[in-house]
Design a protein around this ligand. Structure first.
Ligand SMILES: Cc1cc2nc3c(=O)[nH]c(=O)nc-3n(C[C@H](O)[C@H](O)[C@H](O)COP(=O)(O)OP(=O)(O)OC[C@H]3O[C@@H](n4cnc5c(N)ncnc54)[C@H](O)[C@@H]3O)c2cc1C
Length: 391
């Protein structure tokens, strides 16, 4: 019998040090300013590309490292530990930008888009959510009709990450391509280059957090793309995005682990420095026990994330991986929100002041429970995975 291992490999840990070094030098010193100025730092995004972070899981023929999903989770965790905005930029660039094209694209589509996306020279978005359909993503209203060899797209999308930056080259969108009436809607995915006439990335949102990430509403008015821009099989758009989101959930959970780690690091340091009643606040059980809870959250979330990532890398059955992905997402993201509440409390009044990064993490954490499937959606999926007939 071989012993079970709960550790990442030495190679993964070495890679973690490389990404941490990059994050601390290139991102951490500027993250507060980008947040205040709502600035999306294209040059640093492209530096992440030069480090190879966008291409970790892509095959080498498109410029990728042919690496494993676990490495991507390590990278997202480490970037997210210093800046959740840059963490989500990386997560969405790979999980939502590159993955749909890599997984379902024709060879020609891959050759056209992937080399620049993988190197980080450009970014892609994934437009699923609409004003009237988020959790209920199958209720897509955006329509695409085939007219004389072109798809004509009309509709709108909302909250789309990496969709309107200066280096966004393309978005993949879901649209109704048939069905309706009594028949179930036929939903397909289409590739829309961002310079296509009629396609508009509307002004960026004013968000609670993730200020340095790029998020826009998108509108489509008689947007025409060639018939060959259909991604994968016609009518498979719904199934495609469900599969894409499974990986995305683990990746978002890795971002949440980075957030919890940041909360622990900041709290530990502050608890050793700040004095009340003549002693460091870390001497007080009421405070120290909360920090102990942070460590428990960190270790449990990390185990769930890397277990799910290892399942993906080992080619575990889809049903098992889906369940593990939802469990990791739910636990890690809810823990991250709790962790930011504890960490701001540790900082007392300073925890409410923007000069301390803990405040930024507090604002950034909330969306982790919402994006790529809300906590309620994860509970629904987990309950279904248990065989419950939940709606
Ligand atoms: C910053 C940000 C970036 C995003 N990036 C992207 C992106 O790149 N691409 C993309 O396509 N989308 C993106 N999203 C959208 C995100 O995935 C959706 O917001 C999310 O899935 C929830 O959908 P909704 O906002 O329509 O909420 P709704 O679906 O309207 O949900 C409202 C509330 O009802 C609950 N609810 C809904 N259905 C059920 C149910 N069956 N049972 C119990 N409770 C339920 C929800 O959990 C939630 O609490 C992003 C969102 C944000 C905020």
């Amino acid at each position: 019998m071989t012993a079970m291992s709960f550790e990442l490999s030495p190679e993964h840990e070495q890679f973690r040090r490389t990404v941490r070094d990059f994050a601390e030098k290139e991102i951490a010193p500027h993250a507060g300013r980008w947040d205040r100025e709502h600035h999306f730092p294209v040059d640093v995004v492209q530096k992440m590309g030069q480090l190879g972070l966008f291409g970790l899981t892509a095959p080498d023929e498109y410029g990728g490292a042919d690496g494993d999903f676990t490495s991507l989770c390590v990278a997202i965790e480490e970037i997210g530990r210093v800046d959740q905005s840059m963490g989500i930029t990386l997560e969405a660039a790979v999980g939502l930008g590159i993955n749909p094209i890599l997984t379902y694209g024709s060879e020609e589509q891959k050759q056209t888009w992937l080399p620049d996306l993988v190197s980080g020279r450009t970014l892609a978005g994934f437009g699923l959510t609409e004003p009237g359909s988020g959790s209920d993503a199958g209720a897509t209203r955006t329509k695409a009709e085939l007219v004389e060899g072109e798809w004509v797209i009309n509709g709108s999308k909302q909250f789309i990450t990496n969709s309107g930056s200066d280096i966004t080259s393309v978005v993949t969108v879901t649209a109704r391509t048939g069905g309706g009436g009594d028949a179930p809607p036929e939903i397909s995915s289409l590739i829309v280059p961002s310079d296509t006439p009629g396609f508009t990335a509307e002004p960026a949102y004013d968000k609670l957090g993730w200020h340095a990430s790029d998020t826009h509403p998108l509108s489509f008015e008689d947007v025409r793309v060639p018939e060959a821009n259909l991604l994968g099989e016609r009518g498979r758009g719904f199934a495609q995005f469900l599969a894409i989101l499974d990986d995305g959930r683990v990746a978002i959970a890795a971002l949440a682990v980075g957030c919890i780690q940041a909360c622990l690091d900041m709290s530990l340091q502050y608890a050793g420095e700040r004095q009340t009643f003549g002693v460091p606040i870390g001497r007080k059980q009421g405070l120290a026990f909360q920090i102990a809870d942070l460590e428990v959250m960190l270790q449990s979330a990390r185990l769930l994330v890397y277990k799910a990532a290892a399942m993906k890398d080992a080619g575990a059955p889809v049903k098992d991986f889906k369940q593990a992905a939802s469990i990791a997402k739910l636990h890690a993201t809810e823990s991250a929100v709790t962790a930011t509440r504890i960490a701001t409390q540790v900082f007392g009044g300073y925890g409410f002041m923007e000069e301390y990064p803990v405040t930024r993490f507090y604002r950034d954490a909330k969306v982790l429970e919402i994006g790529e499937g809300t906590s309620e959606v994860q509970r629904m999926l987990i309950a279904r995975g248990l065989g419950l007939p939940v709606e």
